[in-house]
Design a protein. Structure first.
Length: 367
């Protein structure tokens, strides 16, 4: 995949399911390995995990069988047990090999799909430096199967995971995301899609209710919008009726975050996949939204405008000591500090649970 990117003339999903040449798969795997800075590949990890699972499952059977034989004094059956253990090792190796091979073919298909559509493919990115809400949580942060394009603007599709530890246990959270580079920094705005929620929001963080903004039409039936306090009019400027219609029609099942000069689309399902229908949907979503970003590029934060303090010695109008620039005068691109991040809500449930446990312990200890 060393050829330079070329703009795709039309959506081409054939590499996701077409026949593959084993030699081309091996060459692509070698190329990815040469680009990798360190660590094990995803396919190797999958193969090792499957091998370990098979051994663990068969090991429990053999331990039980060995114990039963020992109790009965059947030492002559021990060769049979060792033979079965050898078979388990071979079976684990076979399963691991097929998992490793399937992962290589998957990466090759995604790489060829990216190339066919004028994009590039990277199998793994450790701790991606993106400002979205999911990218600063937990440990073991990594994006996998990352597909990137640069025309007409930078877009990145990827699967993402991170691990949160709870004492001795841990939970791994998985997301799919689309990252779209914007022309200018914008206020931190979140659209919590109601269509993908269960019992409450599925977002990994919550925001103060005072930052909720109700928009016109049926937009509130599809999204809950959060914007920093004092930026309500800015949100109304950004989310005009035609832009709201685009989000409702194309992205109603995706959570949206605008932060700095990025827009992120989030889902709890895999985004970078071998399913052509998923890619067609995502390409359609991005294509429908970016055609409306010209208005967003014209937004400026008036809070960054420097307030003049005229004095007695200030030059009169028309007598400036410098040449005024031609054209419309606007604040510089950027967002004032109060609009860069939403205020997050403190979750009291863990504290309440801890207090209840403490009261119960105290009551049982002294009664």
């Amino acid at each position: 995949m060393s050829a330079p990117q070329q703009p795709a003339s039309s959506f081409d999903a054939r590499p996701l399911s077409g026949p593959v040449d084993p030699r081309a798969v091996s060459a692509f795997a070698t190329e990815l390995k040469s680009r990798r800075t360190g660590g094990s590949s995803v396919g190797t990890i999958i193969a090792v995990v499957i091998f370990a699972i098979v051994l663990a499952m068969m090991g429990g059977v053999f331990v039980s069988l060995f114990s039963d034989i020992s109790r009965r004094g059947g030492a002559s059956a021990l060769p049979v047990v060792f033979s079965l253990i050898a078979i388990a090792v071979v079976a684990g190796g076979v399963f691991g090999f097929f998992a490793w091979r399937a992962a290589r073919i998957r990466r090759y298909r995604l790489g060829m799909f990216a190339q066919a559509n004028g994009m590039t493919y990277t199998d793994r990115v450790a701790a991606p430096g993106l400002p979205g809400m999911i990218f600063s949580l937990g440990s073991g942060r990594q994006s996998t199967d990352v597909v990137r394009g640069t025309r007409p603007r930078f877009v990145e599709f990827g699967n993402y995971q991170y691990t949160v530890r709870h004492g001795k246990s841990s939970t791994t959270y998985r997301w799919g995301y689309v990252a779209v580079k914007l022309d200018v920094p914008l206020p931190n705005i979140v659209l919590d899609a109601l269509g993908n929620n269960g019992f409450g929001s599925n977002l990994p963080t919550s925001f103060q209710r005072e930052q909720r903004l109700s928009l016109e039409g049926d937009f509130n039936d599809h999204f809950t919008l959060y914007c920093p306090e004092g930026y309500e009019q800015d949100a109304l400027y950004l989310f005009t009726p035609d832009i709201m219609a685009r989000f409702i029609d194309h992205a109603a099942e995706l959570d949206v975050e605008i932060v700095d000069d990025w827009m992120f689309l989030y889902t709890k399902r895999q985004i970078s996949t071998l399913d052509p229908a998923t890619w067609a949907w995502l390409f359609g979503v991005v294509g429908a939204l970016i055609t409306k970003f010209d208005q967003w590029a014209r937004w400026r934060d008036d809070r960054l405008r420097l307030a003049g303090q005229p004095t007695q010695d200030a030059p009169a109008p028309g007598q400036l000591p410098f040449a005024a620039p031609a054209g419309r005068i606007t604040p510089p691109p950027g967002v004032a500090p109060q609009g860069r991040r939403l205020k997050r809500r403190v979750t009291w449930l863990p504290f309440v649970a801890f207090a209840i446990i403490g009261v119960f312990w105290f009551w049982s200890r002294f009664n």
